[in-house]
Design a binder for this molecule. Structure first.
Ligand code: AMP
Ligand code: P6P
Length: 358
């Protein structure tokens, strides 16, 4: 990299660092810990860490703040509604889907810590072709705006991301193999839920922590330290409109949830937002089970392994829950294609165990 470029980026990094220190001072004065401060603190647990992951996480956080700003005013800007395009899933792309996708790609390309991305909104993975990015040692998979069919009706939506160490040689272009890694190889995974408040929840393999965006200082602040999903819950989340297409095990489990039994606190409550991030976030906090199983119409289920089920499975397991396809632990699946779908059942340990026992 040219000396000039190095000076620019060093100045850029020091500027960002000073900005972070200033915001931390403000937040500390308020007795809260900002996400940026938390990320830097966690880096200290790894004395050989170079700061690349820290910067990558912060690049993602910046993109989520920009997306949040647009999501919060989607009804005003002419950013509502659908484009004329369909993504590889055959789903009509919402304008906000495309906007969010572009924000993440641009933040990651300019940050230089990721050598490529795979996104729900892009048919193929994108290998960043600058010398700057080819030296990145991470790849990121993400669903920039999950549940986007809910945008026009003002229901919570979300962003989901996963970070892996690349398998290909640093300095080269990213390859597909960099993205087709088992979920247990994730370095980090997280989601943002754009709800009554905007929250970011993430893990790097040492527990799960939740941060709430404080719009008055534009910072995510630690609000849910060391999140653990209750071992039991009273909430089941499934699209019951698909019941006729589900196998007997699913039908038996949902019938179990609806049976009256005071001893086991049933019947449970049905809660389904049809926005995976919002459904899973609620169940993570309150306890519950989320099911998007295989059906006769969708033999592999609907949710995508790389940027929906794997990141959510990593988070739920780190929070003490279980994440399964019904046959296998989601994090152990060997991916074969970027947009492959997997049946996804995850949540409170005892509820998932009951499902598996039927
Ligand atoms: P790095 O040299 O920044 O790429 O970090 C090397 C490894 O240390 C990462 O792949 C993580 O496993 C761990 N690590 C570094 N920074 C952090 C952080 N901020 N939070 C959690 N883990 C980290
Ligand atoms: P259905 C949103 O489109 C999504 O991918 C997930 O966020 C959500 O859980 C699921 O689809 C809802 O699908 O078939 O119940 O409408």
């Amino acid at each position: 990299m040219s000396i000039l470029l190095k000076c620019y980026f060093r100045d850029e990094l020091s500027f960002r660092y000073l900005q972070t220190k200033k915001i931390q001072y403000l937040a500390t004065m308020r007795g809260v810990k900002t996400l940026s401060e938390f990320i830097i603190e966690k880096q200290d647990d790894f004395k050989y860490a170079t700061g690349e992951l820290t910067r990558l996480l912060n690049d993602i956080v910046i993109a989520t703040k920009i997306v949040n700003r647009e999501v919060n005013k989607a009804g005003l800007a002419n950013i509502l509604g659908a484009t004329e395009n369909e993504n590889i899933q055959g789903e009509t792309q919402q304008k906000l889907d495309v906007f969010a996708d572009q924000q993440f790609i641009s933040a990651l390309k300019n940050g230089g810590e990721a050598c490529g991305i795979a996104s729900e909104e892009n048919d193929d993975f994108v290998a960043f072709d600058s010398e700057f990015s080819r030296n990145g040692k991470y790849v990121v998979t993400f669903d920039p705006l999950d549940g986007s069919s809910n945008i026009d009706v003002n229901v919570s939506i979300g962003t989901i991301f996963s970070i892996y160490r690349r398998k290909s040689e640093v300095g080269q272009l990213a390859t597909e193999a960099d993205f087709l890694q088992k979920g247990e190889k994730q370095v980090a995974a997280g989601y943002v839920v754009y709800g009554s408040s905007t929250m970011l929840v993430y893990t790097t393999g040492n527990g799960v922590n939740g941060f709430t965006l404080d719009p008055s200082i534009g910072e995510f602040c630690l609000s849910h330290p060391n999140v653990k999903v209750p071992e039991d819950g009273k909430i089941y989340s499934i699209n019951e409109g698909n019941m006729v297409y589900c196998d007997q095990q699913v039908k038996d489990y949902i019938a179990y949830c609806k049976e009256e039994d005071a001893a086991t606190n049933r019947p449970y409550s049905a809660r389904y937002i049809a926005s995976m991030v919002a459904d899973i976030h609620r169940n993570l906090i309150k306890g519950g089970i989320f099911l998007y199983p295989a059906t006769s119409k969708a033999p592999h289920g609907k949710l995508r392994l790389l940027y929906e089920s794997n990141p959510m499975a990593f988070i739920l397991e780190q929070a003490g829950g279980i994440a399964t396809t019904g046959d296998t632990r989601i994090l152990e699946i060997e991916p074969t294609e970027l947009h492959q779908r997997v049946p996804t059942i995850l949540g409170s340990k005892n509820m998932v165990k009951k499902y598996l026992s039927l």
